[in-house]
Design a protein around this ligand. Structure first.
Ligand code: ADP
Length: 360
């Protein structure tokens, strides 16, 4: 059972201030008597109050500082990623649009036979755009985006992860439609251990599954997206709740070309010909999206380094003094930036996709 009151620091339901007709949260902390919350916490709690100036039921027994942390650090009001920012992954985009964006936009249509799963798993190598997809979903569905890395629940919030999870789902339910993105979800829902498993991490996992169950059955407009690059660590219970599982693979050759062109164009540095781009694509087989980004960053330093080598001082350097970025710059950068995913790992993803992936 959940104790309703009395843990030190628990939030006590707001008392309307008599002066200005409500909307104002005043509170004290249990066990601390008259201690008031500091201003930023108070403001944050006020924002979560309903039109009646009352804090929603779900948040009443949670600690204000955790609610504040969720509102300020985990909630992202403007994720600012659009579909068009994501290279390739046409298949994933199409699936996601049907499976989760439409249902979030039209809950009235997506019920009964059409009722969507509330859990989506994005798996694949690191740096392939999983987080970008999560943010873009929130943007397209006009939903509030919450981002948390599961490993921070066990490392940074030692012993408090459970409470933070409650606060996270509580705030999300006040901010519907909502997308909760849990990065490295394997570290939360893994099948490893049992014996060596700490009591606290077991409780955290249980709490998390309970929260998921809660909105799965209800009419809430909350989508949970888990991302992982170790899908094989997920246990059966986790798979059951993450009903849609999409493989987010390494970028294709066209997607890599697009990333290079897009990043250089943004800075007005794009002067490469078709053939050059072709060469770069050939040389970057196996590079992830984030590897490509690092590669472009490094390559774009080439002209600058060269200008400085010729004796121009950095403070006197004019942009016109720098030549455009060339294939040679990319070839040099390739020595510095190596692909971060091995062919071996890729095999594991494909196997898991064949076994558990949606629409494999
Ligand atoms: P992860 O799959 O690990 O969540 P991210 O979505 O965080 O990867 O991507 C990291 C960075 O790599 C992005 O900010 C972006 O710059 C680049 N990137 C990765 N995949 C793509 C992609 N498909 N299109 C464009 N940029 C990408």
């Amino acid at each position: 059972g959940v104790s309703r009151r009395g843990i030190r620091g628990n939030f006590v339901p707001p008392i309307k201030s008599s002066g200005n007709g409500g909307g104002n949260v005043t509170s004290r902390t249990a066990g601390k008597g008259e201690d008031a919350l500091d201003d930023s916490t108070k403001r944050c709690m006020e924002l979560l109050c309903g039109p009646d100036g009352e804090l929603p039921e779900k948040l009443r027994n949670l600690e204000p500082r955790l609610i504040e942390h969720v509102s300020n650090e985990i909630m992202d009001r403007d994720p600012n990623v659009r579909w068009d920012d994501i290279a390739g992954l046409e298949h994933a985009k199409k699936c996601v649009t049907e499976m989760v964006i439409w249902p979030l936009l039209r809950p009235d249509i997506f019920k009964g036979c059409r009722s969507p799963g509330r859990g989506l798993l994005l798996f694949g190598p690191p740096g392939t755009g999983k987080t970008m997809i999560g943010k873009a979903i929130a943007g397209e569905a006009k939903a509030t985006f919450f981002y948390i890395s599961a490993s921070s629940l066990t490392s940074k919030w030692i012993g408090e992860g459970e409470k933070l999870v409650r606060a996270l789902f509580g705030v999300a339910s006040c901010r519907q439609p909502a997308v909760i993105f849990v990065d490295e979800i394997d570290s939360l829902l893994s099948q490893r251990k049992s014996e060596g498993e700490h009591e606290s991490s077991r409780r955290l996992k249980t709490q998390f599954l309970i929260e998921m169950e809660g909105f799965d059955s209800g009419s809430e407009q909350i989508l949970l997206i888990g991302a992982t690059n170790r899908p094989q660590e997920l246990d059966e219970a986790a798979r059951r709740r993450l009903t849609k599982r999409l493989y987010i693979p390494l970028p294709s050759s066209e997607a890599r070309a697009w990333i290079v062109q897009n990043l250089l164009e943004k800075d007005g540095l794009f002067k490469l010909g078709k053939e050059d781009i072709g060469t770069i694509c050939k040389l970057t087989e196996g590079y992830s999206g984030s590897d490509m980004k690092n590669l472009v960053n490094d390559a774009s330093m080439g002209p600058l380094r060269e200008a400085l080598k010729q004796g121009i001082e950095i403070t006197k350097l004019k942009k016109e003094d720098m030549r455009p970025v060339t294939v040679q710059d990319f070839e040099n950068a390739l020595q510095e930036v190596r692909p971060s995913v091995s062919a071996n790992e890729l095999g594991t993803y494909e196997e898991w996709n064949n076994q558990f992936g949606s629409l494999a």
